[in-house]
Ligand binder design. Structure first.
Ligand SMILES: [Zn+2]
Length: 289
């Protein structure tokens, strides 16, 4: 079964007077959602005690949790010192996964910086091998998925082909398909079932069904320009896409059960619920046929 949830609870949660992450699990459950992504995008600013308490409550309320690692991770920074920092952010992310009893760490793989794309990609791949195989051999990745994300800007490493290729390096690496990002990089190409099939077929061919089934999905509409992503929009936008219906149909046809996280501009829970309803409407129709 596909699970749906927001990345952060946004305005609605705070407008109702809620403040703490400890209030999120029950709030989401009552909202009708089943997953949540907590963002450490701007750093790991939480005590591990609070993470443990929150993790218990997410578990009691049957909400699956993913964490987003800091945005400043960059496996292609030529500086060894910065590479050590990147490894540290992954390591801390794993500690927080354990505290939350969560299983997926989403991260942005790399940015080209001054390197040409091929050199940046080669360096990223080499360091992926080094970092994740080491963590794996120490038993630190047991039961976990590390999820490099497809990115929305042309200078970032993270086309879907690149991410899928990087995920071959270790069995714990599975893609985060951010379809808003892919649509931005591809200038609005995600318009029908075939465009989503192209991506998931490539994943199944290269990583197999199980890894594709365990992939993480970010879905939101995103405004883009020639260099890709400009800004996240809400689901009611009619200009940029992508629409969720076609992806929902492919997920059902392929019998895939990923976690779908909505990263709308400011109404993530609201839009995650719209996607959940789209999915179940299509599913119910197919079951009746
Ligand atoms: Zn991200």
């Amino acid at each position: 079964m596909v699970l749906f949830g927001p990345s952060g609870c946004g305005k609605e949660f705070y407008d109702e007077g809620h403040k703490s992450i400890l209030e999120v699990p029950q709030w989401l459950k009552e909202y009708g959602l089943d997953a949540y992504e907590y963002s450490f995008g701007h750093g790991y600013q939480m005590s591990s005690e609070l993470a443990v308490k929150a993790g218990e409550l997410f578990k009691i309320n049957d909400i699956k949790v993913s964490l987003h690692a800091p945005f400043y991770i960059n496996f292609a920074n030529p500086s060894e010192e910065m590479y050590m920092k990147t490894q540290g952010y992954i390591y801390t992310g794993i500690k927080f996964l354990r505290a939350f009893q969560a299983d997926k760490l989403v991260f942005h793989p790399a940015s080209c910086g001054k390197l040409n794309r091929k050199d940046a990609l080669d360096l990223t791949k080499k360091r992926f091998e080094e970092t994740f195989n080491k963590l794996d051999s120490e038993g630190l990745l047991d039961g976990l998925f590390l999820c490099p994300e497809t990115m929305g800007k042309s200078m970032q490493i993270g086309t879907y082909n690149e991410v899928i290729d990087l995920c071959k390096v270790n069995s714990h690496l599975v893609p985060t398909f951010d379809f808003g990002h892919i649509n931005s990089i591809e200038q609005g190409a995600l318009k029908n079932k075939d465009s989503f099939k192209r991506i998931l077929d490539y994943s199944i061919e290269n990583l197999g069904f199980d890894k594709t089934n365990n992939c993480h999905i970010h879905f939101s509409k995103i405004q883009y320009g020639l260099k890709g992503e400009i800004k996240h929009l809400n689901y009611d936008d009619q200009m940029y896409g992508p629409e969720f219906d076609s992806l929902a149909e492919v997920l059902i046809d392929y019998n895939l059960s990923p976690r779908v996280i909505c990263e709308s501009m400011d109404q993530m829970p609201h839009d995650a619920l719209i996607m959940k309803k789209i999915y179940h409407k299509i599913l119910d129709k197919k079951i009746k046929l």
